[in-house]
Design a binder for this molecule. Structure first.
Ligand SMILES: Nc1ncnc2c1ncn2[C@@H]1O[C@H](COP(=O)(O)OP(=O)(O)OP(=O)(O)O)[C@@H](O)[C@H]1O
Ligand code: SF4
Ligand SMILES: [Mg+2]
Length: 328
């Protein structure tokens, strides 16, 4: 397991939520070990939006859930306000949980079809004893509905009576009910019609500005990420490849995989198109049997013998720009 670099350690002290060498494996049905997240070290500062990008199956949701302790870590540590929450007794963690909430990808699956909008949004308030009388709870729910753009007339309606966009607004209202310090948004617009995506993104951006919570925004869509993020972290096959402030990452990607992802956005630069064609040749390796050395080497046009033998460490290239590649 690699040590966090000096730069990461320095940054981590400022982080609201951070993980060090976080690893999460699953046991498959065939009793094989699946490496979903491997040795990830990163931090999210108070009030910032860190986007987590990468192709399907690279471990974004698993990392988000493990950070929030919705999944137990296999190894490594997660800290909230510099207090380790991995391994914290459940009773003590109950005081932390309200500060860390999640918006899920699928607004159809994430809302209980038997509950009214009122009860869905009131649920976290009840769980954490943050509501007073029935009237006060309804008042707070109406406030949250107004904040997220759901008409108060719909208080006693059920999820199936709403469109996907409206359901996602309800999911967001539930997630912000406790004024969390950090919100993990797992592909919050990818299941929605293109026509309502920008409305939900604008809502998330506005709420962040009003409430000043930090956010981990998981997405595979780099145009969405450009709109919403302050910093961007890139994952491939469970590993962190690169992390940088948004403008820096889009203008000067360092890791070959980040170059590939950015090239997937239509561009006119002919050199980048060449690189994209070469990079696209390789298959995504299996997380059950990941390659030795650099996890990206089977797809990388710059791979050398060293890449087969040695896992590249995250290195600091200045200005908060870090990447893990032997060729940099
Ligand atoms: N509960 C589980 N049991 C076994 N394997 C799992 C489980 N959850 C996730 N995985 C596997 O872990 C890997 C990472 O999955 P994860 O859902 O975190 O990826 P992702 O980047 O969020 O993908 P997507 O973009 O499709 O949502 C995948 O290979 C997935 O099949
Ligand atoms: S370490 Fe090697 S294989 Fe991995 S991205 Fe860099 S050049 Fe490519
Ligand atoms: Mg996912």
């Amino acid at each position: 397991m690699s040590e966090p670099s000096a730069a990461t350690e320095q940054k981590s002290g400022e982080a609201l939520l951070r993980c060090e060498n976080l690893t999460k494996t699953f046991l498959t049905n065939k009793k094989q070990t699946l490496h979903a997240v491997t040795d990830v070290t990163l931090g999210i500062a108070a009030g910032e939006t860190l986007a987590l990008v990468g192709e399907s199956g690279c471990g974004k949701s698993t990392l988000g859930r493990t950070l929030l302790r919705l999944l137990p870590a296999t190894s490594g540590s997660v800290y909230f306000h510099d207090v380790e929450i991995t391994g914290m007794p459940e009773k003590a963690f109950k005081a932390v949980r309200p500060h860390m909430q999640m918006v899920f990808q699928d607004p159809y699956a994430s809302l209980d079809p038997r509950m009214t909008v009122r009860d869905i949004i009131a649920e976290p308030l009840k769980t954490y004893h943050m509501c007073g009388s029935k009237e006060e709870t309804t008042e707070r729910v109406l406030e949250l509905m107004e904040k997220t753009g759901v008409a108060g007339d719909f208080l006693y309606r059920y999820p199936h009576q709403f469109s996907g966009g409206q359901r996602q607004r309800i999911g967001i209202a539930r997630a912000i009910a406790l004024n969390p310090e950090i919100l993990v948004c797992d592909e919050p617009v990818s299941a929605l019609d293109v026509s309502v995506r920008s409305q939900i993104l604008n809502l998330l951006k506005r709420l962040k500005e009003e409430m000043n919570h930090a956010s981990l925004f998981i997405s595979h869509d780099l145009s969405v990420v450009y709109f919403i993020a302050d910093r961007v972290a890139v994952m491939f096959l469970g590993h962190l490849c690169e992390i940088a402030p948004k403008e820096e990452l889009y203008a000067r990607p360092l890791h070959p995989y980040t170059g590939f992802l950015l090239n997937a956005i239509p561009k006119t630069d002919p050199h980048r198109r060449d690189e994209e064609r070469r990079l696209l040749q390789g298959e995504i390796p299996s997380p059950v049997n990941p390659p030795s050395g650099c996890c990206f080497r089977t797809r990388c046009p710059y791979a050398t013998d060293r890449c087969r033998e040695e896992i590249p460490e995250m290195r600091d290239f200045g200005g908060g720009h870090m990447a893990a590649c032997h060729c940099l």
